[in-house]
Ligand binder design. Sequence first.
Ligand code: DI6
Ligand code: FE
Length: 400
Amino acid sequence: MRVDRLFTDVRLMTMSPDRPGLGVIEKGVLATRNGRIAWVGPHCEAPVFHAAEEIKGEGRWLTPGLIDCHTHLVWAGDRAREFELRLEGVSYEEIARQGGGILATVRATRAASREELLRASLTRLDALLAEGVTTVEIKSGYGLEPATEYRQLEVAAALESARPVRIARTFLGAHTVPPEYASDRAGYIELLCSTMIPHVARERLASAVDVFCERIAFSPEETKRIFEAARAHGLAVKLHADQLSNSGGAALAAAFHALSADHLEYTDSEGVQAMARAGTVAVLLPGAFYCLRETKLPPIENFRRAGVPMAVATDCNPGTSPMVSLLLALNMAATLFRLTVSECLLGVTRHAARALGLEDDRGTLEIGKRADLALWSIEQPAELVYWMGARPLHQRWVGA
Ligand code: DI6
Ligand code: FE
């Protein structure tokens, strides 16, 4: 069999649904051709390969490249001062009401040039890539006006040319109501639905639409209207749901067959059941939970029992999760949310791919999937979750 790259002497976490847990193959071989996986399996079953390049793993672990399926990575400015205010006891919601929070980042992002945005974003992106991430979802939502929203998405696309990485783009114009529409919410929603969503769809600036459904952002009724516009323009939907209060966000997301509902601290069993029926992925964001010093845990055991796939992401954003380490998010998901090691690792591979609607394309080591790979200097899978701040990545490939 003629192949481009042949990985030998590797232990595989295939993440394949056809095998239990992480789909481990202890003595594995993986071959790639044209950027896709051409063969994968145990060494003893491997055919004879003619490879342009052989990579000897020396017993290291090979996994699919990690997927960070929820970030707001493109923004300008910083919110370190707000962090200090919170340390002094001011709440996140109070800061938002005073015009800080998201709106502070909106001002800085509107004022930033394309180049400034790109430079700031690359620093954060590089930190993720250094830990084996090969796909990053990036949301807009710090423009809240057409030009800046589109610019954020264009910068997200430009990151893909600047680094070996795949970017999935999500339009989050419905992050919060911008100040100029403070007394005309309906006017902003009209702008979203009649101008921005059609433009984003037409220009293929994003493949999904997200909404922050929350007391301080958009109501379930408003969310519905925005989702209907997304659907009418052929865009998938995702939802920031039940993060600070239970507004029935999870059930609403499920009713629209959302790819994912994210955060979910306040989701009730009705929401969990609806997500299970719709096949909506639960994206858990322990970084935001940690930064807000939230104490209400997402209903993990309920998700487990109902068979709702769980993903884990950084939520990288300047306000509630200034986190550029997906492995640290895993450690937090285990320690704070009690996810198992297998749940954690499936949550940044197979289930994260599904949260982006890309489960047929990546997220597992299976024939035909993209050869986006990470090779780790570890002795056992648990080390990817156990360490805080270690750099266990040996090498990564995007389309090997
Ligand atoms: N939920 C969050 O935690 C972030 N956005 C969202 O919808 C916060 C974004 C920010 O504070 O800048
Ligand atoms: Fe978020």
